[in-house]
Design a protein around this ligand. Structure first.
Ligand SMILES: NC(=O)c1ccc[n+]([C@@H]2O[C@H](COP(=O)([O-])OP(=O)(O)OC[C@H]3O[C@@H](n4cnc5c(N)ncnc54)[C@H](O)[C@@H]3O)[C@@H](O)[C@H]2O)c1
Length: 385
């Protein structure tokens, strides 16, 4: 199968590796020659490491690298069966690429974008055959993260959706189907992980270290919210939050925080800049958390219930199936449990009670209990079984 990748940055490189490992013939179109050289040397290093660890043989490593070639014109992608675009997150630039590309590829070539935040319908609309257009959203790093969100636009044909899904499944990924709405599944449902952590800090309930400790030790997350924001980069994480907020017509539930905006403005991006919520300079000491169990439990419960409420709302609005919502959060961002399964464990009535208690205190819309949870509590229903 002939696959084309447009853009060889963080994501394009990873997706090219995934397709080449699945024995596809992969052509990469990238405008910056330095990035091509970097991509080749990065891939060679990754292959050497995989051989060293015994995961693949020397022959397989050579084959994977031979499966990838670099081209300098979109015309060279004419024989593609599937094109995945992973260039800069800019609607006009992406539209220009697809308009030109469509003039070269065959009528049955599937066109896909790896966009995190743009509407798939708006990209599809630039094509003469919008029914062949779809969102295929990988997570970073693409070769390691199992999850891929498949996002049909309202224009996408059912056949294209099924074909795109089955191709990515054959690449060894776990696909979930998501509606073409801001943040798809993961970037929507995960918002409270950050916002509710920051909110508790802003209220003076606890410091970063204590909130991170509570989420790891008491709720079972691999990283605390502040560690994770520093890892992702506060510039990137802030932009995702702001983009989702704007795309939801400024729904206050998704409102960004001044705390993170200021960090981003100050250049305190996190690990990559040496300072974020924490100081990463050599010799800097990490602050100690307050390990008071009752305080920690209260902090963790508040973030977890908001995540559960967001997941329930995503199901309520038919963004995805309950199974796909739970899979997306456990495989896309390594949550310790599926949020809807977690709701069952806590008890749906208890979930409603916790949301109502927050709403009673604050009267802010992010604390509004999902109508789905309320309905289920009345009927004594569970998400599973
Ligand atoms: N980084 C992530 O964590 C992540 C995760 C999921 C999805 N995405 C999405 O993937 C896309 C790419 O993100 P990234 O982080 O890999 O970006 P990046 O900046 O690392 O890479 C983009 C690459 O595209 C190249 N490029 C720009 N314009 C081009 C053009 N017209 N033709 C060909 N190449 C061009 C650039 O030279 C660069 O190498 C974006 O839409 C982003 O929203 C990113």
């Amino acid at each position: 199968m002939n696959v084309a990748i447009i853009g060889s940055g963080t994501m394009g490189r990873g997706i090219a590796q995934v397709a080449a490992t699945a024995d596809c013939s992969v052509k990469v179109y990238e405008t910056n020659p330095e990035i091509i050289a970097l991509s080749q040397s990065k891939l060679a290093k990754i292959m050497a490491r995989l051989v060293e660890k015994g995961r693949i043989t020397n022959e397989q490593a050579a084959q994977i690298q031979a499966n990838i070639s670099y081209v300098d014109s979109l015309k060279d992608l004419a024989d593609s069966d599937l094109v995945i675009e992973a260039i800069i997150e800019n609607l006009d630039i992406k539209k220009a690429v697809f308009s030109e590309l469509e003039g070269y590829v065959s009528a049955d070539c599937i066109l896909a974008s790896n966009t995190s935040s743009l509407s798939i319908a708006s990209l599809a609309a630039t094509c003469k055959q919008p029914e062949r257009f779809i969102g295929i959203h990988f997570f970073n790093p693409a070769p390691l993260m199992k999850l891929v969100e498949i996002i049909p636009a309202i224009q996408t044909s059912e056949a294209v959706t099924q074909k795109a899904k089955s191709i990515v499944d054959d690449w060894g990924k776990l696909t979930v189907l998501a509606k073409d709405t801001p943040g798809f599944i993961v970037n929507r449902v995960a918002r409270p992980f950050y916002s509710e952590a920051i909110r508790q800090y802003e209220e003076g309930i606890a410091d970063f270290a204590t909130i991170d400790w509570a989420m790891k030790e008491l709720a079972g997350f691999r990283m605390g919210p502040f560690e994770l924001m520093d890892f992702i980069g506060n510039d990137i994480n802030y932009t995702v939050t702001e983009t989702v907020f704007q795309a939801f017509f400024y729904d206050p539930r998704y409102k960004p925080s001044f705390t993170q905006k200021r960090l981003s403005e100050a250049g305190f991006y996190g690990r990559k800049s040496g300072r974020g919520y924490y100081n990463y300079a050599e010799g800097a000491t990490k602050p100690e958390p307050n390990t008071d169990q009752a305080l920690g439990q209260q902090i963790a419960d508040r973030i977890v219930i908001r995540l559960i409420n967001e997941a329930a709302d995503a199901l309520y609005f038919n963004i995805a199936s309950k199974e796909d919502i739970d899979t997306a959060m456990t495989k896309g961002v390594n949550y310790p449990k599926g949020l809807l399964a977690w709701a069952d464990e806590i008890g749906i009535q208890e979930c409603v009670h916790r949301m109502d208690a927050l709403f009673d205190e604050y009267h802010e819309t992010q604390y509004r209990c999902s109508p789905l949870l309320r309905r289920m509590a009345k009927r004594e229903e569970k998400f599973y079984g």
